[in-house]
Ligand binder design. Sequence first.
Ligand code: FAD
Length: 403
Amino acid sequence: MISDLVIVGGGASGFMGAITAIKSGLRSVLILEGSSKVLEKVRISGGGRCNLTNSCWDISDLVNNYPRGEKQLIGLFNRFSTSEAFDWFQKKGLSLKVENDGRVFPSSDSSSDVIKCLTDVAKKSGVKVFTNSHVKQININKEGFKLLVKGSKEYAAKNILICTGGHPSGRKLAKSLGHSIIQPVPSLFSLASSENSLKTCSGITLDVQVKLKVEKKFYAEKGSILITHKGFSGPVILRLSAFTARVLHANKYTAELRINWLCMSESEARSKLNLYKLENGKKLVLNSKPFNNLPRRLWKALLNSLNIDSKLKWADISKKHNESLIKCLTMKSYLINSRGPFGEEFVTAGGVSLKEINFKTMESKICKGLFFAGEILDIDGITGGFNFQHCWTSGWVAGNSMV
Ligand SMILES: Cc1cc2nc3c(=O)[nH]c(=O)nc-3n(C[C@H](O)[C@H](O)[C@H](O)COP(=O)(O)OP(=O)(O)OC[C@H]3O[C@@H](n4cnc5c(N)ncnc54)[C@H](O)[C@@H]3O)c2cc1C
């Protein structure tokens, strides 16, 4: 029997694609999942809570969270965006909550409820799901497609939707059907530095301005940094890693990270420090600091890196030390020499080239009846629910385009 649609990959985009396709009028929709469980990434996502979207409702702001795919997503989000995804899940009975930073989670804080919602709706709609069905080859014939599954089972389909995420086998299938692949590289990672002047500061989080210099180009961001025992992490670093994923990979993860610990200009810092010196001349530099937001441990570590004597008083600080302190607070430079561990989230930058996709339908421009959705495409977002949002959106658009 030939199915109207066979979906390769039972992840977030595959389920959204299947449910939408059947709702839009397709009669026989099948998901072939290679592993023994569907939606496994949903289960582990968000530390087991699943950050499934974000309350960034404005499309022009929303697309700024995608280092790759920003342009193509404008049209897609105009059809199914964060607010539509939010309503979609609530209408299917999944209660959601928005956290202060805009991330959206199930009210229960359990990713199992997202899985239950998707699998229940799929089942009720009549989507068939086959696990342990790794698709190893897809052939084109007169009726459509023939899919060969490990263990020599075969399926026939009029349309296929490839939703294999960052898994290499999906890219191999896409390539065999004529698509070009943008080299996959990791995104959303911390930065490691062998610099050990901050080793006593592990665990500190702080709002900073950062500039990453890779080769001769600077990439600037502002936000919360986390000092780790191996380097730097936190939202600002993960965002920076996403926007520089490709260039950092090309440079073997060597770069220079400049941190403005005060988020103020050199001249502002100088005036503040000079005023403080006048009023606190008798106090020890080590024990009193002009900048309240700076944690004491970090202040000490920065003074240490400048070899400032622990007995030095503010009144006795030399002009030279004064200037190097200002530089250190507003433009301290750290050498990055490798990629650190991933945060809670990890995605692949790269995948099926966007030039070969019709973004009105998610259909291949090369092969009729072949559709793509989710992480297999050269689209990825930063942390905050943006990666799942792109899966819901592309899955929804693909599912609605096949009747
Ligand atoms: C630890 C972790 C936490 C994350 N947390 C979040 C978060 O909180 N919020 C967020 O927005 N994003 C998060 N992400 C990213 C998010 O999980 C992915 O962007 C998303 O799962 C991609 O969905 P997908 O449907 O494209 O692919 P996937 O979810 O990867 O699904 C692809 C499926 O295809 C199957 N498959 C692969 N090859 C074949 C084949 N040849 N035949 C049959 N089946 C095949 C795989 O087994 C898999 O089940 C996280 C990622 C990780 C790793």
